[in-house]
Design a protein around this ligand. Structure first.
Ligand code: NAD
Ligand code: DAU
Length: 330
C-alpha cells in the first residue's frame, strides 16, 4: 500500500511514520510537508520506504499529482498551536481550511481513501465539575482561530463524503505527548526550560484540564480506524488521561529533581479552554482499540529522557520560541 502522509515531518506525523515502519511492512510512505517552523526533517527516519516531498498542501497541482500516485491519504498537516493562532490567524485559515479543501478535491477526482486527523478542541470546552465528556454527537463550539479552522476542515470532509461520496474517516484526539514535539507546546516547553535552568511557565492559575494521550496510542488508533472504520464516521480518540496543568508542571519538576513550586505564573491565554475530556467508547467498542500507555508518570519520564538525550533536535528552535513567548507576555 502507498500512503501519502501530509505533515509527516511534524510531531504526530513523524511518530506515525516511525510506527508504520515498525509495524506495517506492507506500507510505503510519501511525506508531503512544507517544513514550516514546526516541521523538522531530522524527525524523519532514513529508510527506503519513506520519501519526503517538500511542498504545500494548499498547492493544487502538486497535491493532485501526489494523490493520484497513492492509495491512501493520512492528513496530519496543519498549523497546530493555539497561541500562534491568537497572534496571527491567517496561516491557520490557509493551511487548515484551504489545504484540506485541496486534498479533498484531489481525493474526489482520483477516487482515493482519506483519513483526516482532527482535534477534540472542535467541541469547545467543559466545566471543571461537569461529569460530561465529548462524544461524536457533541455539538461543535470551537473557541480559537486554531480550533475553528480545524472545525471548518472537519465539516468540509463531512460534506465531501455526503455530497461527492468520497471514502473518508475523521478522528478527533485529545492532547498528545511523547518524543519530538515542538518546544512551543506545554510539556516540551517546561522540560526544556528546566534543562536550560529557566523556571517553567504556567498560564493563569493552572486549573485547566487536558486529557493526555501518548502519541503512539493516537497513531495506533489512526491505523485501527483506517483498517476497520466506516466511511463518513467520526471517532474520538482518548486514553482517560485528564490532569490539570499545575499537576503536570509539578510532576515534571519532581521527575527532574526540582522543588515542586519552582515555576512562574504568567498571564493567561485569551479565551483559554478550561477542560477537555474524551469519551472514546465508540472507538473501543466498535473497532476494538485500547491504549497501551496507561501510566502517565512513566510516559512522561520517557519523554523527559528523550529531550535530555536529543538536545541537538530541539536546541535550534528553543531560543526563537522563548523570544516569541516573551513578546506575547507568556
Ligand atoms: P505539528 O505542528 O507538530 O506538525 C505539523 C506539520 O505540518 C509540520 O511538519 C509542518 O511543517 C506541516 N505543515 C504545516 N503547514 C503545512 C502546509 N501548508 N503544507 C504541508 N505541510 C504543512 O503538529 P502536530 O501536533 O503533529 O499535529 C498534527 C495534526 O494532529 C494536526 O492536524 C493537529 O490539528 C492534530 N492534533 C494534534 C494534537 C496534539 O496534541 N498535538 C491533538 C489532536 C489532533
Ligand atoms: O486537545 C488537542 C490539542 O492539544 C491539539 O489540537 C493542539 O494541536 C495541541 O497544541 C494541544 O492544544 P493545547 O492548547 O491544549 O496545548 P498546549 O500544549 O499549547 O497547552 C496545553 C495546556 O497548557 C493549555 O491549557 C495551555 C497551558 N500552557 C501552555 C504553555 C505552552 C501553560 O500553562 N504554559 C505554557 O507555557
Amino acid at each position: 500500500m502507498k500512503a501519502l502522509v501530509t505533515g509527516g515531518a511534524g510531531f504526530i506525523g513523524s511518530n506515525f511514520v516511525r510506527l508504520t515502519l515498525a509495524e506495517r511492512p506492507d506500507v510505503e510512505m510519501t511525506v508531503l510537508d512544507a517544513l514550516t517552523y514546526a516541521g523538522n526533517e531530522a524527525s524523519l527516519p532514513d529508510d527506503d520506504r519513506v520519501t519526503l516531498v517538500k511542498g504545500d498542501i494548499a498547492e493544487p497541482e502538486l497535491v493532485q499529482d501526489l494523490v493520484a500516485e497513492h492509495d491512501l491519504v493520512v492528513h496530519f498537516a496543519a498549523e497546530s498551536h493555539n497561541d500562534n493562532s491568537l497572534d496571527n490567524p491567517w496561516p491557520f485559515i490557509q493551511t487548515n481550511i484551504i489545504g484540506t479543501y485541496q486534498l479533498l478535491e484531489a481525493v474526489r477526482r482520483h477516487g482515493k481513501k482519506l483519513h483526516h486527523i482532527s482535534t477534540d478542541e472542535v467541541y469547545g470546552d467543559l466545566e471543571l465539575d461537569d461529569p460530561a465528556k465529548f462524544t461524536a454527537e457533541t455539538p461543535y463550539n470551537p473557541s480559537s482561530p486554531y480550533s475553528s479552522s480545524k472545525a471548518a476542515s472537519d465539516l468540509l470532509v463531512r460534506a465531501w463524503v455526503r455530497s461527492f461520496k468520497i471514502e473518508a474517516t475523521i478522528s478527533n484526539c485529545s492532547n498528545n505527548y511523547g518524543p519530538a514535539q515542538h518546544v512551543e507546546k506545554f510539556i516540551p516547553r517546561q522540560i526544556t526550560n528546566v534543562l536550560d535552568g529557566i523556571r517553567p511557565k504556567l498560564y493563569g492559575k493552572g486549573e485547566n484540564v487536558r486529557d493526555w494521550i501518548h502519541v503512539d496510542d493516537h497513531n495506533r488508533a489512526v491505523w485501527t480506524i483506517i483498517d476497520k472504520g466506516v466511511s463518513g464516521e467520526t471517532y474520538l480518540i482518548g486514553a482517560d488521561g485528564e490532569m490539570d496543568n499545575k499537576s503536570v508542571i509539578e510532576m515534571i519538576l519532581e521527575q527532574m529533581g526540582q522543588a515542586p513550586d519552582a515555576y512562574d505564573h504568567v498571564s493567561d491565554r485569551p479565551g483559554h479552554d478550561m477542560r477537555y475530556a474524551i469519551d472514546s467508547s465508540k472507538l473501543r467498542e466498535e473497532l476494538g482499540w485500547e491504549p497501551m500507555y496507561k501510566d502517565f508518570a512513566a510516559g512522561l519520564a520517557a519523554t523527559i529522557a528523550w529531550y535530555r538525550d536529543n538536545e541537538p533536535w530541539w536546541r535550534a528552535k528553543k531560543l526563537e520560541t522563548e523570544m516569541k513567548y516573551e513578546r506575547l507576555g507568556r
